[in-house]
Design a protein around this ligand. Structure first.
Ligand code: UDP
Ligand code: MG
Length: 310
């Protein structure tokens, strides 16, 4: 079967309230573009009527493909399920809650026609989002920016248009804790922002309470940085130096006869052992970090062009 020109992929968790409007708006954008397309909607173990809405939509419209997961796996894995099933030459990743306007697809397509591999939505305003959410998001992107070499764009979610090539590489990355926006940034190529105003949710409420946000941030940082593991190495060097100084100090104190009986041996042992322990923890961290990198099984490099040769 030939590939459709475009796939729209959206994860849906308890979204019965927004889905009719979402479907209607996505359909009219696709109609205006005119090329062949499919809409892959993944029900991430919803407890409301989401599946009924999706199944009905699939029955009415040949373009719609409804997928249901056995249980709730979370946003990133639900999205991955949709991405692994979609067949389009270009793929639009979008949330079902209409915070990201589907109409922007037209501009994204135009930017991709000019040669972009990825066109990602960059939020100018975040209407309807609390100061707390904006502040924590800003802090998070600053932190991860310092901890990894990968340029993960600020104020960008997963809302983006990607090429089949980029998707195939993404799907070839077998890591289990997936921070998709970071993984796409890691792939590289021509990644172009499209600035937009993020709307409040059309209906329902956010499925990202604080606990999930923290877990997501930890997933993201640990997937892209072994800095926390290596921190024990840095602390180890400092502690080893301090410990050695203590060791020398207590020996000298004993030499000058200023030490209480027993003090020297305790302090000397404490200083040396404490420093050595931290240092060895750092060494274990260094190996663990390499083991972890290896276990992610990412491709070693991605070729952009080859000129000449058969
Ligand atoms: N979502 C999902 N599984 C989850 C949580 C969220 O599939 O466990 C979907 C949700 O239906 C929406 C998208 O992921 O389409 C983004 O979630 P949400 O809008 O609640 O996050 P926020 O925009 O508040 O960060
Ligand atoms: Mg949302």
């Amino acid at each position: 079967m030939p590939r459709p020109a475009l796939s729209v992929v959206a994860p849906c968790f308890n979204e019965e309230g927004v889905l009719p409007e979402f479907l209607q708006r996505v359909r009219s954008v696709l109609d205006s573009l005119g090329s062949s397309s499919e809409i892959v909607l993944v029900d991430d173990g919803s407890r409301d009527g989401t599946w009924q809405v999706l199944a009905n939509a699939a029955a009415e419209d040949k373009r719609v493909i409804a997928v249901r997961l056995m249980r709730n796996h979370g946003h990133q894995l639900a999205l991955t399920a949709g991405l692994s099933l979609c067949r389009g030459e270009r793929i639009l990743i979008i949330d079902a809650d209409l915070q990201d306007p589907p109409e922007l697809l037209v501009d994204m397509m135009a930017l991709m026609d000019q040669g972009a591999d990825v066109v990602y939505g960059q939020r100018r305003q975040r209407e309807g989002e609390t100061l707390f959410k904006r502040a924590t998001a800003a802090a998070f992107y600053r932190l991860i920016g310092r901890m990894t070499d990968v340029q993960i764009p600020r104020d960008a979610g997963d809302f983006r248009l990607i090429t089949r090539r980029v998707l195939d590489i993404l799907l070839a990355m077998p890591e289990r804790h997936r921070f998709i926006r970071g993984m796409v940034a890691w792939i590289g190529g021509r990644q172009v922002p499209l600035v937009y105003d993020r709307k409040p949710r059309a209906a329902g409420e956010s499925k990202y309470p604080l606990v999930k946000m923290v877990r997501f941030a930890v997933d993201a940082i640990t997937a892209f940085s072994v800095v926390p593991l290596m921190a024990s190495m840095t602390i180890g060097w400092i502690m080893a130096a301090v410990g050695f100084a203590f060791f020398v100090y207590s020996i000298v104190g004993w030499w000058l006869g200023e030490a209480l009986p027993g003090w020297t041996s305790i302090m000397a042992a404490l200083g040396l052992l404490g420093g050595m322990q931290f240092l060895m923890l750092g060494v274990i961290g260094a190996y663990l970090g390499r083991l972890y990198d290896q276990s992610k099984g990412r491709p070693l490099f991605i070729i952009k062009d080859i000129v000449g040769g058969p």
